[in-house]
Design a protein around this ligand. Sequence first.
Ligand SMILES: Nc1nc2c(ncn2[C@@H]2O[C@H](COP(=O)(O)OP(=O)(O)OP(=O)(O)O)[C@@H](O)[C@H]2O)c(=O)[nH]1
Ligand SMILES: [Mg+2]
Length: 302
Amino acid sequence: MENNFKSGFVAIIGRPNVGKSTLMNRIIGQKIAITSNKPQTTRNKIQTVYTSDEGQIIFLDTPGMLKAKNKLGEYMVDVIHSTINDVDMIMWLVEPSDFIGNAEKEIINAIKKSGKPVILVINKTDTVKKDDLIKYIDSYRKVYDFEEIIPASAIKGSNVDTIIEMIYKYLPYGPMYYDEDTVTDQPMRQIVAEIIREKSLKCLNEEIPHGIAVVIDQMKYRDNKDIVDIDATIVCEKDSHKGIIIGKNGSMLKKIGQTSRYEIERLVEMKANLKLWVKVRKDWRDKDIYLKNFGYDKKSGE
Ligand SMILES: Nc1nc2c(ncn2[C@@H]2O[C@H](COP(=O)(O)OP(=O)(O)OP(=O)(O)O)[C@@H](O)[C@H]2O)c(=O)[nH]1
Ligand SMILES: [Mg+2]
């Protein structure tokens, strides 16, 4: 078995909101990366591990490719480019459409430069007619010489097995990098912070979600009791946003807290006593010191 074991790193790239994190979660069968219908949900590189008899695939979920509007955006673009350079293979996810715009052209340039094998996944096929798919496949075939083009639906799970099969086809022979129980490199605190950010994204409207960060101030397991105490702070950019996040008589914060707690309890498999706070840090997305404090640090993100 040793000799024909395949292994390697696969970057998942694409525009915001195409379903990169949803697909990664689906493949590993666990929710590690948060997802939402708002673009720019993922901010950091998130690593997960898929192990089978055939080999081991290490996925790197990346932020959606978009023009940087602030330092946080620059950080996210850097994450994408450094990830592309670090991996053995690239999986590019697109919407089922034949629109090839500037974001796509930028991605094509980046993958060309990398010289790595690229699999194109046309995701969300559950939303289009089969006949139209041929058209989309055709337009993408014309713009780059992909190793494979695979239509799939991350939500329905269709063709996900084909994606795995095709990754193994192009992955080199190699060692088992992580033991087979490893699912992610994300520390528990980080996953908890991300769950709270996801619930905030889901509960809040419009421009506020993009301006929030979540920091875990403390997370302590009580001795001999199946309970964990968590203090977390939602950081936002404006006083007016703070008011909205707290809501009338604290109703919004309560809703974010309850939905977060439910999911955190399932994750840690014990009761969680979650306390949420809201703080304003003006323009934190453009300040190095805050970015670093909130976990978007170039050096530690590498
Ligand atoms: N209909 C349909 N919706 C999907 C599919 N895959 C993902 N979605 C939805 O698309 C939205 C975005 O999904 P994410 O996984 O957060 O997308 P992403 O590419 O990681 O987004 P960013 O992190 O912002 O770059 C969510 O509302 C998902 O439920 C799919 O196969 N079909
Ligand atoms: Mg994502």
